[in-house]
Design a protein around this ligand. Structure first.
Ligand code: FAD
Length: 493
């Protein structure tokens, strides 16, 4: 009886101590409630977890399209939290200063967040964690955005991080992709501790019409991410392998911006794909191909985490000596979709209008910038970071280095895409080009990817006036190809 009473008192004291604790959850690249690891653990152990988001322009360095997405995503998250009776508190400014202020004003004793993997943000987070712990604050962090922690994956033979995709992914598959998911917490604090609202962050573009195409194409937020996954699994997974390379077809998931902002967990996506495969074994090749693309995302984060200067320095150091050309006219023509190569221009216009570009076309336009125009891949990567809604420091850098031939497991430098042949192979009827370049809509299929070879009569019939309503090619692909090859060959290994 006496022991029972003492246990009871201890339990009550524990509960009182927990109730007096002030707990903070800090949203970052994990703008969701379902399967959000640190949010789940924060709410599991504590009552009234205060929720904050800090918009720190300096360390996030977001491009225009990403800012648009972030605005919508935060609005959606705020609403989802409000539906559960909670409040998302918005802050703007220097991360450290804001966290310190919130911690002291709100008497925070426990703080939770999910990890990020960009090297500068890892340094910041490590530093913050240490300084909070030194003050006696409990800091708890988890992984919520990758299947594997980059620091846990090393090659068995070299004991070093991987630099080649195939053994990396094989190693990951051996460890297993299965993940369990965590439910949406219910005990979110309804206390408003910041007067700011999402609109006060001024994330929407100043130019009123620029985002029309984004509005038309996307619905950011957790619910929309789940709807997109459902639709993809139902509609496109079955033919993913065969159709993922055709830009005029809805053959891929378009989950990339949702994944980047953490509106859906990668573990949940994998779980759903595996369930589909279990129920329908004929999906085998499509499902495994899709999972390997998720694998490229893991690999890109692995590289960025382990190589601190990955975003600016080529992995293959001989490329430091490459004589890139600084041609602003060519760069502008590429950015504006005015190169005279229809598949390249269609891609660049799709990007400008919708904030997204099909993967096959991303490879073609990137190869064109680097190997036809001989412009530094960083220029292309920067433009993508500004204009993509899925702009992602890991995926973007790894892909640009890969296309340029200077990255991990990269496409060899001598693989130079021919934009005409690529167009004819992956957009044979020109449906993709016609959708994005209305000036060429009436060109016959035969010339849709090379209008400059059409006769005067054909051009006239199609209403195309080369040099007036659509440009002549700005370079001769064969000449540029030879030039690039000789420059690449000149690099010392
Ligand atoms: P799906 O085919 O449905 O693939 C599912 C998911 O796998 C994607 O959402 C994405 O998260 C991941 N994925 C697919 N392909 C790749 C890849 N090659 N590398 C890494 N992850 C991949 N992807 C970005 O998310 N952000 C970028 O900033 C980005 N920049 C790129 C730049 C270049 C030059 C190239 C060639 C590719 C780039 N990619 C980038 C990779 C790829 O083009 C996109 O992830 C893909 O087109 C997104 O469409 P999806 O969601 O329909 O892909």
């Amino acid at each position: 009886m006496c022991i029972n009473f003492m246990l009871y008192i201890k339990k009550v004291n524990n509960l009182l101590a927990k109730a007096s604790m002030s707990v903070l959850f800090w949203f970052r690249s994990d703008l969701r409630l379902f399967d959000n690891t640190s949010l789940f653990h924060a709410c599991e152990q504590n009552q009234n977890v205060k929720l904050i988001y800090v918009y720190d322009e300096e360390n996030l360095r977001l491009g225009g399209a990403s800012k648009w997405w972030l605005h919508q995503s935060l609005q959606s998250l705020s609403q989802d939290i409000a539906n559960l009776g909670g409040v998302l508190n918005i802050y703007q400014g220097d991360t450290r200063g804001i966290l310190e202020r919130v911690i002291s004003e709100q008497n925070i004793t426990r703080i939770f967040w999910n990890r990020r993997y960009e090297p500068d943000l890892v340094l910041l987070d490590t530093d913050l964690k240490k300084s909070f712990q030194d003050r006696g604050i409990h800091v708890e962090t988890h992984n919520a955005s990758l299947l594997f922690e980059p620091f846990e994956i090393t090659s068995k033979s070299t004991k070093k991080p991987f630099q080649v995709f195939t053994p990396f992914w094989k190693h990951c598959l051996e460890r297993g992709l299965e993940r369990s998911t965590l439910k949406i917490p219910q005990n979110l604090s309804s206390e408003r501790i910041s007067p700011l609202h999402v609109r006060d962050l001024n994330l929407l573009p100043k130019h009123p019409y620029w985002a029309d195409g984004l509005d038309e194409m996307w619905v950011p937020g957790e619910k929309a991410a789940h709807a997109r996954l459902d639709e993809f699994l139902e509609r496109a997974l079955l033919q993913y392998k065969g159709k993922r390379d055709l830009p005029s077809v809805q053959g891929t998931s378009k989950l990339s911006p949702h994944l980047h902002f953490g509106e859906i967990s990668v573990g949940y996506i994998v779980q759903r794909v595996q369930k589909c495969l279990f129920e329908n074994p004929s999906l085998d090749q499509d499902a495994h191909h899709f999972l390997s693309e998720i694998g490229w995302r893991e690999f890109s984060h692995h590289l960025l985490y382990h190589i601190p200067d990955f975003e600016t320095v080529p992995l293959r150091k001989e490329f430091l000596a490459f004589p890139w050309e600084d041609n602003q006219t060519y760069l502008k023509a590429w950015q504006q979709g005015q190169t005279g190569f229809p598949i390249v221009d269609a891609g660049m216009r799709e990007l400008w209008k919708t904030g997204w570009m099909h993967n096959r076309v991303r490879m073609i336009v990137a190869s064109f910038l680097v190997k036809d125009l001989l412009i530094h891949w960083r220029e292309g990567a920067d433009w993508f970071m500004d204009t993509l809604v899925d702009a992602d420091r890991a995926n973007n850098t790894a892909s640009w280095q890969w296309v340029s031939g200077c990255g991990a497991d990269a496409a060899p430098y001598f693989r130079i895409f021919n934009p005409i042949l690529q167009g004819e192979k992956f957009d044979p009827r020109g449906a993709y080009v016609r959708a994005h370049i209305p000036e060429l809509a009436r060109m016959p299929d035969q010339y849709i990817h090379k209008p400059w070879l059409a006769s005067k009569f054909v051009l006239e019939e199609a209403g195309v006036k080369l040099g007036k309503n659509y440009p002549y090619p700005i370079v001769d692909h064969d000449v540029q190809r030879k030039k690039a090859l000789s420059l690449f060959k000149g690099l010392k290994n």
